[in-house]
Unconditional design. Sequence first.
Length: 389
Amino acid sequence: MPSRVQVAGVGERDDEPVPWTERIPGVDVGRVASAPRGGPTVVAGTALGTLAVSVWNFKRQLPAGTLGLGPVLAAALGISLSLLLLSLAVRIVRSDLPPRKRWLVAGGTVGGGVLAGALIFLTAAIRLADGQPVGDPLFVLVMNTAAGAIAGTLVGVLYARESRQAARASRARSHLAFINGVISHDVRNGLAVIRARAELLQGDPTPESRVDESVEAILEQGETLEGLVDRTHATIAALEEDGGITLSPVDLRGTLEPRLESIDASFPAARILTDLPADVSVRANDLLVDVVGNLVTNGIEHNDREEPTVRVSATVTDGRVRLRVADDGPGIPAAVRDALTEGGGRTDPETGGFGLFFVRAMVAEYGGHIRVEDNQPRGSVVVLDLERA
């Protein structure tokens, strides 16, 4: 049977998503917050700045004829502190800290350096105001600024790691409690259907039509429960520190179109449009088809039109892939939007919230994020921001 999945024209490019709720005039906060090397660059820039001042101060003393053990040791100390700070920047680049945590560390670096430097500057200014001599304020200022920056960096790294672990533990408790509720609800329902159909088959005599119907229902429930177990296992693995989720390049069109054709065949009244670029891969795993399939199925099942339409499209921007699932239904309720973009554990298990929970957990594991927009003239658009492989 030929597929009715249609290929639509190329759509317009998306705007860059802004994951933070605040904006700074003239600055794309979302782009800054998602730059993985931005934070370490600030740390490295601070290190190079103190290094340059240390070398300049050493050269400044050469014409004055004051070169001796003191200036050499001062320059060596300044260069050593600067190189230590630079090595910390390299370690941050190689660490597993996410972009926002790296920016937090950079804030600690700048804050520590500015605070230490300001204290020394004020101390020197007070001494000068009292007419007291100040030896070499520039040396003291540079040394304390570098030391303060190093201390701020170490404190920032420690705080970032501790806050990340605390957040993981809190989310894990909430998520596991939610998964337990979902499994209890869905598994009980599935087993109830299987038990009822099995009891029906025990009747004597059982019409052949009822036998076929019952066997089909039992097989369907078995397949549903099997899929639930697979998705639950993947979700729990994604929540663990070393859950075994392995990411690899996934061909977007080649992977998604067969699944979309299968979904389309399951909903004869629906229409699925695709606009997926060729030769574009994202960092994900084989569960990406289930993630997108869940969104497409929701867009059809919760649609109030006689002929629902769901469009799946993607664009590439600055090394990121914007995957859009748009429907023409009544729109996604606010509670469901929150569950999808802020935390699936807030959804009532009886509303089928595990699907949203699963989508959010896997997209986060892929290093992406989700946002929900209003479709025009009607419906909703779920946008998955993923890393291009």
